[in-house]
Every structure is written in C-alpha cells, then in structure tokens.
Design a protein around this ligand. Structure first.
Ligand SMILES: [Zn+2]
Length: 111
C-alpha cells in the first residue's frame, strides 16, 4: 500500500508499506480520503521526537478491507469514518453508544 510518511524530522514523502493484518478486534480500512492535521505538522516538525517512515494522516474515510475474528459490527465493503482518537471499546461509555466519552486506547494507526 502507498503511505504518506514522515521520513525524518522535517521531511515527508510517499512510501510503499505492507498491508497490515487485523488483530481479533481490529479492522483494516482501505483509505479513500485522509487529512493531514496540525498534530501531523507538529510531528513532522519534531514535536514528538525523531521518527523514521512514520505514517501520517490519522483522520480518514474509507472502505473496510478486512476484519478480525471477533468483529461483528463491521464487515468488508462497509464505508466507514476513522476518527482521530480510538476509543477504549471495553469502556462502559463506549459500549453504551457514547464512544467519544470513553477513555482512549492505543491509536488505530500503524507505523
Ligand atoms: Zn489530528
């Protein structure tokens, strides 16, 4: 897959990366549109320290390509929005339909 990356502090570009495989509770989304936001700019400027070939663009829309073995709410072909923050789906607020009110887990982005 083609990824827009921070090659190193102050330098961005495109890179070919392997398609990720979903974990049991994950989905892999084929991005159709994505944004570069101010946190990406901060990252490229060195705000989180040195990184190499870090994929940028954590706010996107796309189509589900593959789901993990435990995923029931989504299936390949579903059109989805990928939010900037990945909720903790085990949190009662998220399970009650208020994902934006839950604590957060690790980002759904890949490196
Ligand atoms: Zn953002």
């Amino acid at each position: 897959m083609k990824a827009f990356v921070m090659k190193r502090i102050g330098e961005v570009g495109f890179l070919d990366k392997p398609m990720p495989s979903p974990g049991p509770n994950d989905a892999v989304v084929r991005t159709t549109s994505a944004l570069i936001c101010t946190s990406d700019s901060h990252t490229v400027a060195g705000g989180i320290g040195p990184r190499e070939d870090l994929t940028l663009g954590h706010e996107a829309v796309g189509v589900v390509a593959e789901v993990g073995s435990e995923v029931r709410a989504f299936r390949p072909g579903d059109r989805v929005l990928v939010g900037a923050i990945t909720p903790d789906w085990g949190d009662p607020a998220a399970q009650g339909g208020h994902a934006s009110q839950s604590s957060t887990s690790s980002s759904g982005s890949w490196s």
